[in-house]
Write a protein that binds this ligand. Sequence first.
Ligand SMILES: Nc1ncnc2c1ncn2[C@@H]1O[C@H](COP(=O)(O)OP(=O)(O)OP(=O)(O)O)[C@@H](O)[C@H]1O
Ligand SMILES: [Mg+2]
Length: 309
Amino acid sequence: MEGITKTFGKVQANKDIDFQVKFGEIHALLGENGAGKSTLVNVLSGIYTPDSGSIFIRGKEVKLTSPRVAIDEGIGMIHQHFKLVEVMTAQENIMLGQKGSHFLHSEALTQKITELSERFQLGVELKKKVYDMSVGEKQTLEILKVLYRGANILILDEPTAVLTPQEIEKLFQIMKRMKDAGCAVVFITHKMNEVLTISDRLTVLRKGEKIKTLETKDTNTRELAELMVGHPVDLAIKRVATTIGATLLKVKNLTCVNEEKVQVLKDLSFTLASGEILGVAGIAGSGQKELCEAIAGLYPIQSGQILFK
Ligand SMILES: Nc1ncnc2c1ncn2[C@@H]1O[C@H](COP(=O)(O)OP(=O)(O)OP(=O)(O)O)[C@@H](O)[C@H]1O
Ligand SMILES: [Mg+2]
């Protein structure tokens, strides 16, 4: 990608960005929130048309005027929010919108998909309905879908945000197999440890600009943090001595249901004292947002209590 510029109103999401990814490498795209990572890969996958700039694949200029054109050029994007039809099976989702998709269950097609799944050890159960799948399984299905469409440049936009540590390990193995098969893999994250674990090279973006591309083996957390924010960062957190005081917030047996009547918080209890920082850990979508909103009075409570002071 050469000189990619993309603006949204007054925001310059990408400013004159040069970015190159090689076949056979995992290339991490790193940057803070709003740095322009998603915009750049959305340009690469034909979702956005850049204001200016050019894209070349194997040295040949391509005009990626739509996602369909991009996929025909071998570019496949795994979105953070999956685009799957819940009531259909894995195989039906893969075949959807494909030429000859009215032969959804033909033997030859099943065999082709099975071979691909086995080759990359994806373990997708082709007859399973999407609504019966875990988040990790859905993501693997998305990967199989783009591989089936012939993608050899694979883009994963923050794929690990929704995964458990075990699922992340499995995804990294799949990414390595894609790289070994000669694919170019673009991996977006803002977790530095993941970048250092899995990527061969990385590119740092900051406020819409490309700051630097470097070999992963030549860098470290400290340098990456500095490149990301633009000034030296002290990564050693000084723990100030505090005295834990009286209980300020008490959450007792809190249960909330969403609009679909699904329990998003189940019988949750904890206390928070003055002078204390309470961490809430969990993969995205585990109820963190609903918890914060319920405490702030923005989310309806089905049962339980929130006591302040
Ligand atoms: N469709 C859009 N309309 C308006 N502004 C947008 C749009 N997409 C992105 N932006 C803006 O462009 C800038 C870059 O956004 P982008 O989503 O590319 O960042 P990012 O690096 O992917 O961030 P994050 O880590 O939060 O996903 C931000 O200021 C964002 O608000
Ligand atoms: Mg993004």
